[in-house]
Design a protein around this ligand. Structure first.
Ligand code: HGY
Ligand code: MN
Ligand code: MN
Length: 417
């Protein structure tokens, strides 16, 4: 039986909040959130600030060839595998201040609190900032943790291109954050990730803590539709090869497929590119990504199969070419029951209301779970809103989740008294 910290041991919620607000000043959005996309200059600036904070906390920084940052607090047993705790500092183009950032700075707050209380643990603690969790600029999402878990090769990751044709490898080099560590060489005793829920359940159920037992799986299907560029005014309707119309019918079909798979399924499209994207030219090419998710593998694969069957029929009826490529995927994840029970025990010990939760969003924890015992802690977010600059949480929610993270991590790292 490992010793758990006393229930009076809490993080410094003001310090955590101040750090969140300081990080939010880097890569500001246009409506109060953030645009600190991966491998941009603002990402580099955020990384530098985080590095300074880690050094101030007495941590030793290691960086791997994907630019992921690992800041280590030593344990008493040099042979003991570390407990990793982290998330991501990169944001969506119109992202919030807390998605990912709360997990990285929450992990730093755990270490800062351990320093304050003079806590020693057998296992080291490693605060982690994964590169390119969002997948907004370079698909797929969770790219660095995917290479770490052996899902992608380093070469595949380096070749990923953003919409301007810049490669991940070139951009990582440009911002000066290519590390020397082999990706995935590090072995983990356990991995914890603290994250806002990004959904409405905790707030609606009036619960402070999400005890995350699972994460739903995902497919990203990239469609490339080929129409014929033509004048939107002088081309008769019966002469059009309209890729834009085909896209809209496919999006409607995705909606129907997701609704017919309720409960526990979602589907939609967030990104579309028209070429030449001119108001009075019918598009010659339309590229868009269908995002479908479910906690149920059979449902997830069934939705994919149906979409991939029906989309070509829709296109054929319009004379539009249709190519489909799966550019992102992870199976539904079951998190480690021992770590899940430690999170639940910490919430109970601390007197926080809590409930089991399945994560709707994907996280680096989904890939970490392939190589180490892994789980997550979640806090509510206002209106369940995320991937929106209006994303909001309370200081109290942030601190309560960090308290639970602190207790579960320290218990797992084994206090040495
Ligand atoms: O797409 C996701 O679920 C995450 O935000 N990358
Ligand atoms: Mn996130
Ligand atoms: Mn996100």
């Amino acid at each position: 039986m490992v010793a758990a910290p006393g229930e009076n041991m809490r993080v410094n919620g003001d310090r955590l909040w101040d750090s969140l607000m300081d990080m939010a000043k880097i890569g500001p959005g246009i409506a109060g959130g953030n645009n600190r996309q991966t491998l941009t200059d603002s990402d580099a600036e955020g990384r530098s600030l985080f590095r300074t904070w880690c050094e101030d906390a007495g941590l030793t920084l290691g960086i791997d060839k994907m630019g992921t940052m690992f800041a280590t607090r030593p344990g008493t047993d040099p042979d003991a595998l570390p407990v990793y705790v982290g998330s991501h500092l990169d944001t969506q183009p119109t992202g919030g201040k807390y998605d990912g950032v709360l997990g990285v700075l929450g992990a730093l707050e755990v270490v800062r609190t351990m320093n304050d209380l003079g806590i020693k643990t057998k296992h080291p603690i490693v605060v982690t900032n994964w590169t390119n969790e969002e997948g907004a600029r370079f698909a797929p999402a969770m790219l660095a943790s995917g290479v770490f878990a052996g899902v992608h090769t380093l070469e595949y990751a380096y070749e990923r291109k953003d919409p301007e044709g810049k490669t991940f490898g070139d951009e990582l080099k440009r911002i000066g954050w290519v590390g020397d560590e082999q990706v995935g060489a590090r072995k983990m005793h356990a991995y914890f990730e603290y994250h806002i829920e990004q959904g409405p359940i905790l707030e609606v159920e009036n619960k402070q803590i999400g005890v995350v037992t699972h994460c739903q799986g995902l497919w990203w299907l990239e469609f490339t539709l080929t129409g014929r560029e033509a004048h939107t005014g002088s081309t008769p309707m019966n002469m059009r090869v309209n890729a834009g119309l085909a896209m809209s019918r496919i999006i409607e079909m995705v909606q129907t497929v997701a609704m017919e798979n309720q409960p526990g399924a979602v589907g939609g499209v967030g990104q579309v590119f028209f070429t030449p994207n001119s108001r009075n030219v019918l598009p010659g090419k339309v590229v868009f990504t269908v995002d479908i998710r479910s906690p149920d593998q059979a449902k997830l694969d069934g939705m994919r199969a149906r979409i991939e069957k029906e989309a070509p029929d829709i296109c054929e009826a319009l004379g539009v070419g249709c190519a489909i490529e799966a550019i992102g995927h992870f199976a539904p994840v079951t998190f480690d029951p021992t770590l899940v029970s430690r999170v639940r025990g910490a919430a109970e010990r601390l007197g926080y209301s809590h409930m089991n939760l399945i994560s709707g969003a994907g996280h680096d924890a989904c890939w970490a779970a392939k190589v180490a015992p892994t789980t997550m802690v979640m806090c509510p977010c206002v209106g369940g809103l995320s991937h929106n600059e209006a994303e909001d949480i309370s200081k109290e929610w942030a601190a309560a989740g960090a308290d639970v993270l602190f207790h579960a991590v320290v218990e797992t790292a084994e206090i040495v008294v």
